[in-house]
Design a protein around this ligand. Structure first.
Ligand SMILES: [Zn+2]
Length: 201
């Protein structure tokens, strides 16, 4: 540890925050003479003041000890944060896609008995129509909910320019598709291609 370097660093960061020695001292509940002493390299903040001091100056203890901004540390933290967000987004997307498939399957399972009963049993024509109608409504609703969930999960990637986008509902529903790809118009390059469904935007 270099007291002079840390002292200059504290002074620099304090000025960056537009604080006087007195103001910083008051925030920490100490005298301005103590702050002045640190900044002249005449002493190091005691352990109990390290965290409060760093909080007021918006620096890490690491940086205080090093007496300078640690860019790499920032970068790493930032990178980790970004990665965590990506992982979270991918998990959310995966959940939505699974839920979407479940909803569609459940809707079909729920409607099937209705249609079978309507077809197999003796009954009035209006009742038969009603049962089949209800079955159809359940299936259509299920598929709509499944589509909303699936479209909203992650994004689609253009195979030409690799732009990732969420398509309009209309384009999404009308697009021919496989399990993992859907034919869509890329909003960036205009290509109409089978775009891969990816988990992150
Ligand atoms: Zn494109």
């Amino acid at each position: 540890m270099d007291q002079n370097k840390t002292g200059k660093f504290i002074a620099g960061e304090r000025k960056r925050k537009a604080l006087t020695q007195k103001q910083l001292a008051e925030m920490l509940g100490i005298s301005d003479k103590t702050v002045s002493k640190w900044e002249r390299g005449g002493g190091f903040p005691e352990v109990s003041l390290l965290l409060p001091l760093c909080r007021e100056l918006d620096i890490t203890v690491n940086e205080l000890l090093a007496g300078e901004r640690v860019a790499e540390e920032d970068y790493k933290k930032k990178a980790e944060e970004n990665m965590m967000n990506l992982v979270k987004e991918a998990q959310e997307s995966r959940k939505k896609i699974i839920l979407s498939a479940l909803v569609a399957a459940l809707a079909i399972l729920a409607a099937l008995p209705l249609v079978i009963v309507a077809g197999a049993l003796e009954m009035e024509t209006w009742l038969r129509c009603l049962l089949i109608g209800i079955g159809l409504v359940v299936v259509v609703l299920g598929i709509i909910i499944a589509c909303v969930l699936d479209r909203d999960a992650g994004a689609f990637e253009c195979p030409e320019c690799h732009e990732r986008f969420v398509p309009e509902m209309g384009a999404y529903i009308m697009g021919p598709h496989t399990i993992t790809k859907r034919k869509l118009r890329c909003p960036k390059c205009g290509a109409v291609k089978y775009c891969r469904h990816v988990l992150t935007k």
